[in-house]
Write a protein of this length. Sequence first.
Length: 103
Amino acid sequence: MTARRMSAALLALAVAATLFTRIGLNMDQNDVGLGAALWAIFRYFTIWTNTLIGFAAAGLALGGRLDGRISAGLLLAFAGLGALIVWIARLMTRIWPQGSTAT
């Protein structure tokens, strides 16, 4: 197995472990079924992005190839998500500066 395929397999396993953990915790903490837990966590774009990257990594690990447009789309989604999170974090520090208590 090449280093590229091994890296993709590790990434896919990490994504799967994270998703299964989140689903299990959601089911346990909220006392809901699988459908409700899936509905609750897949409301977030971060979960969709990570899941799609996990599927792409699993495909690469199994010897598949990704079209350049799919790779570019996943990269754009991941980078856009990161930029949005940084922007929101900066906005929140302006609204609630450190040291103040938000009530």
